[in-house]
Design a protein around this ligand. Structure first.
Ligand SMILES: [Ca+2]
Ligand SMILES: [Ca+2]
Length: 488
């Protein structure tokens, strides 16, 4: 599908033919990196197939050309811990950054301990450019960036409330079309900055980070993107009593008050349609950057990585948003493309459980740099060469200290800090409806998966602990009980 009513959408990326001899990377100029971060995008994309009506032609084309990691998962289902893990290359259970850290001091502490991904490239001869949401927050730190663009926030945006839905008065919980011109939207500006950098002459390799913020709340974007979708978008598959077999900590993560307000307002369909519209808006802006790369002299020597910091619940298990350890919230879009690879077939995908923690070592590897000693994860270069190459480790996701889930090609196993467990067999139960943790026939598999969970845990770094609060949001009795058992 395309965006027929939009002025400029066609992408010729799928038509590009890469030609030339196969040359070892050490013989080439170092590759540039185009690093596209997306915020809160779950699998409701064409290339992941999580929603039948999702319209994402630009990312779909990128996925078809590169390697589509169809079973990719964040290190933590929250912006701050997910991005900290990815950008510093340390799992939360090794860094202690399990939770939300808005305070700049936490970055100072991490920077002192190990170089971030852009810092490492900068220290190794790259010019680093960024805009939008790369770390949690939209300010760039001078130690990391050659240049970091300041772009707009949501403050200028106006919404057509009559054409959508809003919960409360503020803009944060708005689900409606905007009335502003495109260029007043943050993501349009972020993409424009990326296009500008790609139009320049570069005499050094570059690392360009483009941080798209939609589909993060508020679910607002130009009306043309709402018009792509029917009023009655298809709801996800939901089992009414799905939460019943989930242990207490998991139930608390569901935050069913979020579900209740939309149910009461009969707003779920509008919320989901707005989310899909924002996904297409994000895709449109990603497409503008990909167009610019394709039109540049750098197209044959620029590695592209596209990822989202975590997934999103849309009413499954009575859960909305992130902050939980289920498939909807941990699974993310993740695409890698190395254009230096020759004669590779299109539509390659890797179905094994893969973590975003691997992005740092992978980019370092593909750029031919030395691996920093502090990194968790491993390079996915073997999977780029051969989609069936075995993976060197599992995908682990943490939410708060002591709560972990592991995802393999066919199972998810979760264990909470109080010992509560979930086990899902994805081959027969892709919606994770039936918790098999206590089922006698699955104890062997459960033990094997449990052995993959972290055997040591860094102490929780305490300064701003939204992550811990998130598991304290059930009813008061549960909350008090959980509070007693929280890791100190
Ligand atoms: Ca996020
Ligand atoms: Ca269930």
């Amino acid at each position: 599908m395309r965006y027929p009513q939009l002025p400029r959408v066609a992408l010729a990326l799928s038509c590009i033919v890469f030609s030339g001899p196969l040359v070892a990377s050490t013989d080439l100029e170092r590759p540039n990196i185009l690093f596209i971060a997306i915020d809160d995008m779950n699998d409701w994309t064409g290339f992941l197939g999580g929603h039948p009506e999702a319209i994402t032609p630009n990312m779909d084309r990128l996925a078809a050309r590169g390697v589509n990691f169809t079973n990719a998962h964040c290190s933590a289902p929250g912006c701050s811990p997910s991005r900290n893990a990815l950008l510093y290359g340390k799992e939360p259970f090794n860094s202690g950054y399990y939770a939300f850290y808005n305070d700049e001091r936490s970055h100072d502490a991490q920077r002192a301990a190990y170089p971030s991904l852009p810092t490492y490239f900068k220290e190794n001869g790259y010019r680093t450019y960024g805009a939008g949401k790369i770390h949690h927050g939209t300010k760039g730190h001078p130690s990391e960036w050659t240049d970091f663009a300041q772009t707009a926030g949501n403050e200028k945006l106006k919404v057509d409330k009559a054409a959508g839905y809003a919960f409360g008065e503020g803009i944060k919980m708005s689900f409606a079309p905007t009335t502003n011109p495109y260029d007043e939207h943050p993501d349009y500006q972020v993409a424009s900055y990326g296009m500008d950098v790609l139009a320049r002459d570069h005499d050094q390799p570059f690392f360009l980070a483009v941080g798209i913020v939609k589909p993060h709340l508020p679910f607002i974007c130009p009306p043309e993107f709402f018009d792509l979708y029917p009023e009655d978008v298809t709801p996800p598959n939901i089992l009414p009593n799905d939460l019943a077999d989930i242990p207490a900590v998991g139930q608390a993560m569901a935050k069913i008050s979020d579900d209740t307000r939309f149910t009461k307002d009969e707003a779920w369909t509008r919320v989901r349609r707005s989310y899909l519209a924002c996904i297409s808006w994000a895709d449109y802006n990603v497409g503008r950057v990909l167009d610019a790369l394709e039109a540049s002299p750098y197209v044959d020597n620029t590695i592209i990585v596209l990822w989202s910091d975590h997934g999103y619940g849309m009413g499954e298990k009575r859960h909305f948003r992130k902050f939980a350890l289920w498939e909807e919230t941990t699974r993310v879009p993740f695409i890698l493309l190395d254009p230096r690879q020759q004669n590779t077939p299109v539509n390659r995908s890797v179905g094994g459980g893969v973590s975003l923690i691997n992005i740092y070592p992978t980019l370092v590897d593909l750029a031919g740099l030395d691996q920093p000693g502090h990194l968790d994860g491993f390079s996915l270069a073997p999977q780029l060469a051969d989609q069936n190459a075995p993976l060197a480790g599992p995908a682990i996701c943490s939410w708060g200290r002591g709560n972990y889930t592991v995802r393999t090609s066919s199972y998810r196993y979760t264990r909470y800090f109080d010992g509560g467990e979930e086990l899902y067999a994805h081959v027969t139960d892709p919606n994770e409806w039936h918790n098999l943790a206590d089922h006698p026939a699955h104890q062997g598999e459960k033990q094997k998966l449990a052995a993959k969970l972290p055997s040591t845990e860094a102490p929780l770094v305490l300064d701003y602990i939204t992550g811990v609060r998130a598991i304290l949001s059930a009813d008061e009795t549960t909350r008090n009980a959980l509070n007693e058992r929280l890791p100190k």
